[in-house]
Write a protein that binds this ligand. Structure first.
Ligand code: CA
Length: 485
């Protein structure tokens, strides 16, 4: 990450199926540069199960909107040429591009095959609930529309570890595929331990124990990075992929492209999951989205005054591994229609101040929070508020950080500035009644006036001879003070 870098997640779940995102992002590149965005995380850019697939139903990773497959040439976001033009525009504006890479599963298989399985208990995946029997599943991927261009690899049931559907009796279940080096693997600690073994997530689960799969996946990522020129990767659903393969995959990419090629992973987790063990197993080679901090934001937003603000960073990745944390407020999954927890609207300005104006973490702003969310349950964006905080991050949020997390509800911090940004900034917030907190900006500033950039508090704060000001904040609000010039 560059100093005070900012990532932007440039999609949300309910974008219209118009094939227009690459064009929209291309047009927006200059504006993103202006507001200080230094990298953009784009949605999966290859062919999914149909033209409205958000991208996580990955069908053909070599089809970037080029071939007539699944009833469409373009993806939900546009054609391959439009993708190229979009990446070029971002690069022209000095913005790095991170691609979303879905390796865990494939959807939309071309042909049925017959193979042996056992069904397992969804809550205990180590427990077979049937004898082995034959099913028919869509595990054959030949990509007829691509006709072997870029790769002649064809997928078959041996390349998968599990699937979710039996065509023979039209039944959904978790089917663990039987065969050489396959089947239930008790005590496999290389995947998430929820439900005893969380290898299977959805669709047809790729088997990374198969040497041909390892080889083809590495061949694909090399092709993909050369073809697109992306600068980093966001790895989807890594809790469900053998950690030794994730490490091997990153080593392959860094060996071929750059030793510091950027990689961030989505490791969604619940209480008790062991991030520390995961990072150890992948040798700390990957950044992680700070899911724990997102949950704290959600909890504080829901509990209001019932939440102790001194614990807002409790159990977060950014507090334990500041160098590896990508902090965020919400994402494409955290939405009321998606069933995942989301951060209540009143708390978002506080949450954005907590990720954008502190020393640690690589913050990621969400398109849905910035421009709004579409679909049947639309939500307005908060562009003005986020723009104010981005201005402060770009121009004032530097240097030492003095924390005042000393009250259950009213907390704050001071950024002392650095050589090139001498004045710094003061942040104060409350999740309950407003209040006032004395904080020091230094005796050099005695007599200076400071104002609330967000405009919530109208009166200036005058710094006393001891270097302290008495900074105000309103109810359930955040104020960011800058020195008047
Ligand atoms: Ca898996």
């Amino acid at each position: 990450m560059r100093t005070n870098g900012i990532m932007m997640q440039y999609f949300e779940w309910f974008l219209p199926n118009e094939g227009n995102l690459w064009n929209r992002l291309k047009e927006d590149a200059g504006h993103l540069k202006e507001i200080g965005v230094t990298s953009v995380w784009i949605p999966p850019c290859y062919k999914g199960t149909d033209s409205n697939d958000v991208g996580y139903g990955a069908y053909d990773l070599y089809d970037l909107g080029e071939f007539d497959q699944k009833g469409t040439v373009r993806t939900k976001y546009g054609t391959k040429q439009e993708l190229h033009d979009c990446i070029q525009a971002l690069h022209d504006n000095g913005i790095a591009v991170y691609a979303d890479v879905v390796l865990n599963h494939k959807g939309g298989g071309d042909e049925l095959q017959t193979f042996w399985v056992v069904e397992v208990d969804p809550h205990d995946r180590n427990k077979a609930i049937t004898e082995p029997y034959e099913i028919e599943g869509f595990t054959r991927f030949t990509f007829p529309g691509r006709n072997k261009k870029y790769s002649d690899f064809e997928w078959s049931w041996e390349h998968f570890s599990a699937t979710d559907y039996n065509y023979r009796d039209d039944k959904d279940a978790i089917y663990i595929i039987q065969g050489d080096n396959k089947g239930i693997e008790v005590d496999d600690r290389s995947v998430g331990q929820q439900y005893a073994n969380f290898d299977f997530l959805m669709f047809t689960d790729v088997d990374y124990k198969h040497p041909d799969v390892q080889e083809e996946t590495k061949k694909w990522i090399s092709w993909f990075i050369h073809e697109t020129g992306v600068d980093g990767l966001r790895l989807d659903a890594i809790k469900h992929i053998n950690d030794w393969f994730v490490k091997d995959f990153i080593d392959h990419v860094r060996g071929e492209f750059a030793g510091d090629f950027y990689v961030v992973g989505e490791y969604s987790f619940y209480d008790g999951m062991d991030i520390e063990l995961y990072l150890h197993n992948v040798e700390h080679k990957i950044d992680l989205f700070d899911v724990a901090l997102h949950y704290n934001f959600k909890q504080c937003g829901m509990d209001g005054p019932g939440f102790d603000m001194r614990k807002i960073f409790g159990s977060s990745i950014v507090s334990a591994y500041p160098e590896l944390a990508v902090t965020y407020v919400d994402n494409h999954d955290s939405h009321r229609l998606q069933g995942e927890p989301y951060v209540p609207e009143w708390f978002k300005p506080l949450a954005y101040a907590l990720i954008l104006l502190r020393k640690d973490g690589y913050p990621c702003i969400f398109l849905g929070d910035y421009y709004g969310i579409g679909g049947d349950n639309p939500q307005p964006g908060m562009q003005w508020m986020i723009d104010q905080l981005l201005d402060v991050r770009r121009d004032f949020s530097y240097g030492e950080q003095d924390d005042y997390f000393d009250h259950e509800h009213v907390v704050g911090w001071v950024r002392r500035g650095d050589e090139h940004h001498p004045d710094g900034c003061v942040v104060i917030m409350s999740n309950s009644e407003g209040g006032v907190k004395p904080m020091s900006v230094g005796t050099d500033y005695a007599g200076t006036s400071w104002y609330d950039k967000l405009g919530h508090v109208q009166e200036d704060v005058i710094i006393g001879d001891d270097g302290r000001g008495w900074f105000h904040v309103g109810d359930g609000s955040v104020s960011v003070y800058l020195k008047r010039v």
